[in-house]
Ligand binder design. Structure first.
Ligand code: NAD
Length: 316
């Protein structure tokens, strides 16, 4: 099978490609390397299992170029990963999320490609949703520009399912963490301790509480659900069973890095930035009902990630 992975040089995309190549797929990657790294997939390119198309999803022409390579299934993962950016720049999520997703489904229509998996997010639920939040919660009212672009992407995909006969799997991810992470709270904490081992600044009051899923569990869940759920439009939350507070993450990172004398300082307020959702926990019953369960809960995933990212980043 030949698949297209948009954002395949990124954190989650590169782990997904490890699995896809492992099961014998041929992979085409479309990525502009804005936040991804070729090094994450270079081994597969060298082995001839991955073809890299250096292009931008904001260009329909670039997407058409990759889509016309006899593609069976699209994994659409490319997006701006930085939710906070929307507090300063207001068109990035629109272009790299909404317009990019339009280009993907439109290129699928033109090239007669029928199957798409989409990396959406728990942030589409917005604030004040019941927790754990089930997939059928609504109305979804995101409070970040990133969340709005994910909701728009879901809507575009759902409309292409209804109008042009696509089959889609929409995955609303919890916080995904693990090796090769290039952003997020654990990555930030290690970099802050590297710059100054004596103090760790934590955005907010540290009581923000979210669910964390290890990236290997995330990509295994994607592939498992796609094999078991066969509706025209399949919507699944992907997360772990529990949550962890930012305070707990800070304590684990301080311990794993050996910076145990660091003073943990909170900037205050109930959230890290405007548009951040302080508490989020996804209902994962639907995922569990497919027969898939996670290997790691939040605490284990955080400790594992702190350990591997410390090796990747180093403190020196
Ligand atoms: P990432 O930044 O590592 O990967 C995104 C990839 O997309 C990068 O390789 C980047 O170079 C590429 N890209 C971005 N804009 C592009 C464009 N215009 N054209 C071509 N390539 C482009 O991020 P990630 O954490 O691996 O996230 C993958 C997907 O999962 C994203 O859609 C993200 O929104 C979603 N997601 C991630 C998390 C998480 O916790 N990491 C949570 C929820 C949803």
């Amino acid at each position: 099978m030949r698949v297209l992975v948009t954002g395949g040089a990124g954190f989650i995309g590169s782990h997904l490609i490890d699995r896809l190549v492992g099961r014998g797929d041929n992979v085409v990657v479309l990525d502009n390397l804005s936040s991804g790294q070729l090094a994450f997939i270079q081994n597969h390119i060298d082995d001839g299992n991955v073809v890299m198309v250096n292009g931008d999803l904001r260009s329909l022409e670039d997407v058409m170029k990759a889509m016309s390579m006899d593609i069976d299934t699209v994994f659409h993962l490319a997006a701006n990963p930085d939710i906070r950016l929307g507090t300063r720049v207001t068109n990035t999520d629109l272009e790299q999320g909404t317009v990019a997703t339009y280009n993907v489904v439109e290129a699928m229509r033109r090239c007669d490609v029928k199957r798409i998996a989409f990396a959406s997010s728990s942030v589409v639920y917005g604030e004040g949703a019941p927790m754990p939040t089930p997939e059928n919660h609504g109305p979804c009212m995101p409070i970040s520009l990133y969340g709005a672009s994910k909701q728009a992407g879901e809507g575009l995909i759902s409309s292409w399912v209804g109008t042009f006969g696509l089959q889609a799997w929409v995955f609303r991810f919890a916080n995904i963490i693990g090796a090769r992470g290039t952003h997020g709270v654990i990555f930030d904490f290690i970099h802050k301790l590297k710059a100054d081992p004596s103090r760790l600044e934590v955005l907010g009051n540290g009581l923000q509480e979210k669910s964390y899923m290890e990236v290997g569990d995330c990509v295994d869940a994607i592939l498992h659900v796609m094999q078991t759920a066969e509706e025209p439009l399949n919507l699944y939350n992907l997360g772990s069973h529990d949550t962890a507070s930012v305070r707990r993450i800070a304590e684990i990172v301080v311990e794993v890095t050996g910076c145990t004398d660091a003073s943990i300082e909170y900037t205050g307020g109930d959230r890290g930035w405007a548009g951040d959702i302080p508490k989020a926990r996804l209902g994962i019953e639907k995922m569990l009902a497919t027969g898939f369960d996670v290997n790691m809960n939040s605490d284990e995933a955080i400790r594992h990630t702190a350990t591997v990212l410390l090796q990747e980043i180093g403190l020196e």
